[in-house]
Design a protein around this ligand. Structure first.
Ligand code: SER
Length: 483
C-alpha cells in the first residue's frame, strides 16, 4: 500500500527524491512567462528552463526539479471547453518535472522515473505500461529507450508500445532542440489491457491515463533553405513532466482528478453553497460544480500573480475564467456572490506551498467578489434585454434570436453566447449561431494577445492600491524565474 497519498506529500516526495539524486529544487516560476513574448502562460515545467536546453544560458546546476504552476487556456494547449466535462482537464494544474541540462540522459531518466513510481510511491507495475517513439518522418524508432525500459521494468514488448511522431516525438517549436519521448501510463479500472491503450479515457476516468512524459532531447532541428534538418545535440538533455493531479488520482485511487484532495473540497464547497448534492456524474449540475472548483484555482493563482480581469490578453482570459465560474454558479441557482469564498479555500488549501496565495489573500477575495458583483449586474441587464427581444420576436412570429442580437449581448454586456443559447433553448427558441460567429469574427482582433495593464479598469486599480498599502505587495508583471 502506498504510504504517500496526499498531494502535498506527493509533491514533496517528488522534489526530495530528485534532490537526493543531485537535482537542485527550483521553486515554481510565475505563470506569467518571464521574457517570453511567444507564450501567454507557462504551460509546462520546462518553460522556465528553455534557454538552458538550447545552451544559450548556463546556470550553476545541470540537474533541476520543480513543481511548476501551469495554465492551459490559450494557444496550442487550450483545455477550457473540456474542463468539468472530463475527469482530468484543467485550466490550472501543477507539473512535476526533473531536468538534465547536458548531464544525464535516457538511462538515468528512465531509472529515476521507475524507481520513484514503483519503489518510492508504490504504484503497481501491473497497472502501468510505457510508450516509446516507434519511428516516423525518416527518424528511426527509439530502440535504445525500448531496451532500457525492458531492462529497468522487466516488461515485455506488450507493455512497451511504439507510437509515431504525433504522440511520441516532442519539439519545442519548428526549430530548436527536439527528440523522442516516452510516456508512463496508469490504468484506472479493472483488467488493464495494454493493447487497448488510448489517451482518451471514458468521461468518468476509466482507462489508461498518461502520468509522466519523459522527453529525450537529442536533436537540434534547423531549417536549411526551408528543408528541416536534424543534427544530434552534442549534449542531450532531459525534460520530464508529470501532472500532480493525475499522480494524486492514481495514488488516492480516484479515477477523476476532481475526487482528489486537490479539488474535491472545492467541489464540495460549490455543492454546499448551491444546496445541491454532488453526484460525480456528467449531469449539468455536477459539471458546473467541477468547473467552479477548477476555475477558482486558476483565478486565485492568476490574481496572486498580479493579473487583473480586463478586456484583452491574459487579463481577458482571467475575466473569462471567472465569468464562466460565476455563470455556472448562476446555473446552479446560486443567487449571491460566492466565487470569492471558493477562491479563499484555494488559498487555505495551497497557501502553505505557494506563499504568494497567502500574501495576496485580500486581493484575491476583493477582485473575485467585485468581478462577480459586476457580472451579476451584467447578467441581470442581459436578461432584461433578452426579455424585450423575446417580446419583439413573439409579435414578429419569429423563433430564432438573430446573431447580431446575440453578439450585441456579448459585446456590450459581456453576456456569454452559451448562456444566451441556454436561455433560448429553455424557451424553445433557437439562436443564429452562425450569424453570431460572423459578427464575432469581425472583431476577433479585440481578444488577440495584447498584455495591457494600462487598460485595467479604475475600479481594480483602486482596489489594488488600497490593498497594496496594507497586506499585499504587488510584484508586477516582470517577475523573474526564481532559482
Ligand atoms: N515538455 C513536456 C510536456 O509538456 C515534458 O515536460 O509534456
Amino acid at each position: 500500500m502506498a504510504t504517500v497519498t496526499s498531494s502535498a506529500q506527493i509533491r514533496q516526495t517528488f522534489l526530495d527524491f530528485f534532490t537526493k539524486n543531485g537535482h537542485t529544487p527550483i521553486a515554481s516560476s510565475s505563470i506569467i512567462p518571464a521574457n517570453d513574448p511567444t507564450l501567454m502562460f507557462v504551460n509546462a515545467g520546462m518553460v522556465p528552463f528553455k534557454e538552458l536546453f538550447t545552451g544559450r544560458e548556463k546556470r550553476s546546476y545541470t540537474r533541476a526539479c520543480s513543481s511548476q504552476k501551469c495554465v492551459r487556456v490559450s494557444g496550442k494547449h487550450n483545455d477550457l471547453e473540456n474542463v468539468g466535462r472530463t475527469a482530468r482537464h484543467h485550466t490550472f494544474f501543477e507539473m512535476l518535472g526533473n531536468f538534465s541540462f547536458g548531464d544525464y540522459f535516457k538511462e538515468d531518466a528512465i531509472s529515476f522515473a521507475w524507481e520513484l513510481f514503483t519503489r518510492v510511491l508504490d504504484l503497481p507495475a501491473d497497472r502501468m505500461m510505457v510508450t516509446i517513439f516507434g519511428g516516423g518522418d525518416g527518424i528511426p524508432a527509439d530502440d535504445e529507450a525500448r531496451a532500457i525500459w525492458r531492462k529497468v521494468t522487466g516488461y515485455g514488448d506488450d507493455r512497451i508500445v511504439g507510437l509515431g511522431m504525433a504522440d511520441n516525438f516532442w519539439q519545442m517549436g519548428e526549430t530548436g532542440p527536439c527528440g523522442p519521448n516516452s510516456e508512463i501510463y496508469f490504468y484506472h479500472g479493472d483488467n488493464p489491457d495494454p493493447s487497448k491503450l488510448t489517451d482518451e479515457p471514458s468521461p468518468d476516468g476509466t482507462g489508461w491515463v498518461e502520468l509522466w512524459n519523459l522527453v529525450f532531447m537529442q536533436f537540434e532541428r534547423s531549417l536549411e533553405n526551408g528543408v528541416a534538418k536534424l543534427c544530434p545535440l552534442p549534449k542531450p538533455c532531459i525534460d520530464t513532466g508529470s501532472g500532480l493531479e493525475r499522480v494524486a488520482g492514481a495514488l488516492q485511487g480516484k479515477k477523476s482528478n476532481y475526487d482528489t484532495d486537490l479539488l474535491r473540497p472545492l467541489v464540495e464547497q460549490a455543492s454546499a453553497i448551491a444546496g445541491k448534492a454532488y453526484g460525480g456524474s456528467m449531469s449539468e449540475d455536477d459539471v458546473s460544480m467541477r468547473v467552479i472548483a477548477d476555475h477558482a484555482r486558476a483565478a486565485a493563482f492568476l490574481i496572486a500573480e498580479g493579473v487583473l480581469p480586463d478586456r484583452t490578453g491574459r487579463e481577458y482570459v482571467l475575466r473569462r475564467i471567472m465569468r464562466r465560474a460565476i455563470r455556472h454558479g448562476h446555473r446552479l441557482g446560486i443567487t449571491r456572490p460566492f466565487l470569492h469564498e471558493v477562491a479563499l479555500s484555494v488559498v487555505d488549501m495551497m497557501g502553505e506551498h505557494f506563499g504568494e496565495l497567502r500574501q495576496r489573500r485580500g486581493l484575491i477575495a476583493t477582485i473575485t467578489e467585485q468581478e462577480e458583483v459586476r457580472f451579476r449586474q451584467t447578467i441581470d441587464r442581459g436578461l432584461g434585454m433578452l426579455d424585450e427581444e423575446f417580446a419583439r420576436m413573439k409579435s414578429a412570429n419569429s423563433s430564432t434570436l438573430s446573431g447580431e442580437t446575440a453578439f450585441k449581448l456579448y459585446d456590450t454586456f459581456g453576456f456569454p453566447i452559451d448562456l444566451t443559447d441556454v436561455i433560448c433553448q429553455e424557451k424553445g427558441l433557437a439562436v443564429d449561431l452562425a450569424g453570431y460567429d460572423r459578427a464575432l469574427e469581425q472583431v476577433r482582433a479585440k481578444s488577440e494577445f495584447v498584455s495591457s495593464s494600462a487598460a485595467t479598469p479604475q475600479v481594480y486599480r483602486e482596489a489594488l492600491s488600497k490593498l497594496a498599502s496594507k497586506e499585499v505587495r504587488f510584484i508586477g508583471y516582470e517577475r523573474e524565474v526564481s532559482e
